[in-house]
Design a protein around this ligand. Structure first.
Ligand SMILES: Nc1nc2c(ncn2[C@@H]2O[C@H](COP(=O)(O)OP(=O)(O)O)[C@@H](O)[C@H]2O)c(=O)[nH]1
Ligand SMILES: [Mg+2]
Length: 398
């Protein structure tokens, strides 16, 4: 890092900026006023990745340091800006006049008092009329924040607030990965998974000062946030529902394999057995896909680190997975063989569905589950390849 301890300032204000010539100067004035008012030892960094309206020149004229980030996107800009910042504390805030950088002062005080990440909360503070579209105010932000709180136990009322402050070593430790707007979620999710001290201060959201459209696109970016949280929560989204479907299907399948089930008002027979078989298959696919998603998120350092998962690779090796797949498939084949044998011995008479389909549905289920096990073993092994290259005891980053 370029930071020299003797010259490094206490605070770096980092402003992601894409074509904000209309508002950047006013934002920088507020930052400078905040620095003066509180006598802060601070620097100002503007993280730009491709402005074409002269924003970087404005930033330089106002005394900010411009960091040119090659990769496009809000997350990429902030990551580049943070990496180049030298302060012990990092304050991030939009360059469109939607936040008052004066409200970063209580955040800095919280960092000084020992917080790792201080989130602004517009819901605990205020949202000026016309500052936030209706759909973000009442749908996008509350629903996504609620999900985030539930899925990641993050004590945060406003997941997407653009004004935040964090310790620089926290940024380095979290190994943030995302390049788009979902960066806002990644920071909170990882900080909370890492057990960091997260605090909140109320902030006010003002209508932005630009005449053009915002960069954030409601549906695209809302979906990116949601997608990000869902891929990091395969346990809730896929594994648990998958196991439930499998359990229901397996019970029904096992029972119907012995004969029809009289329920009084209806009789469950081979037709229900087909449904039971599909439940088992779909449930198994969901549960095994969840494991793949989990491996991906850990291997790509999107989710929380999991030494336990890497240890599991030593037990559930590719070879063992393939063997299990072959054995399960063979069970299915054996059932088919047994039925065929019975039929041949019985003189190869007519095939009565209510008799023949029972073992065949059972066999088909075993075979699909077996083949799925084979396929998933390959996939898991592929997803975990970085770990295997690192050799025993090493994770991908070790
Ligand atoms: N450097 C850079 N800044 C961006 C990018 N996208 C958004 N920003 C900045 O991030 C801040 C928030 O963006 P904005 O469009 O206002 O999002 P919203 O306030 O959440 O609707 C503004 O300062 C933008 O200039 C990007 O791709 N690159
Ligand atoms: Mg904005």
């Amino acid at each position: 890092m370029s930071a020299k301890p003797d010259t490094a300032p206490e605070v770096s204000f980092v402003l992601p900026c894409l074509d904000e010539a209309e508002t950047l100067e006013a934002c920088l004035e507020v930052v400078k006023r905040t620095i003066r008012e509180h006598d802060l030892d601070a620097e100002i960094v503007v993280a730009d990745n491709g402005s074409r309206d002269g924003s970087p020149e404005i930033a330089e004229r106002c005394g900010a340091r411009v960091v040119h980030v090659a990769e496009r996107g809000y997350g990429a800009a902030l990551q580049g800006g943070f990496a180049a910042a030298r302060g012990r504390f990092l304050v991030m805030g939009d360059a469109d006049q939607s936040y008052d950088f004066g409200e970063a002062w209580p955040m800095i005080e919280r960092l000084r008092a020992g917080a790792d990440l201080v989130m602004g909360s517009r819901f605990a503070g205020a949202i000026e009329p016309d500052a936030m579209p209706w759909s973000h105010r009442w749908l996008g932000n509350p629903v996504l924040s609620f999900l985030g709180r539930r899925l990641f136990r993050a004590p945060v009322s406003d997941f997407h607030c653009g004004l935040r402050a964090l310790r620089r070593d926290v940024f380095e430790r979290l190994r943030l990965r995302t390049l788009g707007m979902e960066f806002a979620s990644e920071l909170v999710v990882k900080a909370s998974a890492a057990g960091l001290r997260i605090e909140e201060t109320p902030v006010t959201l003002y209508p932005d000062g630009r005449s053009g459209a915002p960069h954030l696109r409601t549906w695209r970016d809302g979906w990116r946030h949601l997608r990000f949280m869902l891929i990091l929560s395969p346990g809730y989204t896929l594994f648990a529902p998958g196991l439930l479907l499998m359990a229901i299907g397996a019970l029904l399948l096992a029972r119907l394999a012995f004969g029809p089930l009289e329920l009084g008002f209806a009789t469950l027979d081979i037709h229900s057995m087909l449904v039971a078989s599909l439940l088992v298959i779909v449930g198994y696919q969901a549960a095994t896909t969840a494991i793949a998603a989990q491996i991906f998120s850990v291997a790509e350092e999107l989710g929380r680190p999991s030494p336990r998962m890497w240890r599991a690779f030593e037990i559930f090796t590719l070879e063992r997975g393939l063997l299990a797949g072959v054995l399960i498939t063979t069970c299915g084949l054996a059932i088919v063989g047994h039925s065929a044998w019975d039929w041949a011995r019985g003189g190869m008479g007519p095939l009565v569905p209510s008799v023949v389909m029972r073992p065949l549905l059972l066999a088909a289920t075993w075979m699909v589950v077996g083949v799925q096990t084979l396929l998933m073993s390959f996939l898991y092994s592929m997803l975990g390849i970085r770990r295997q290259n690192a050799g025993p005891g090493g994770g991908p980053s070790a």
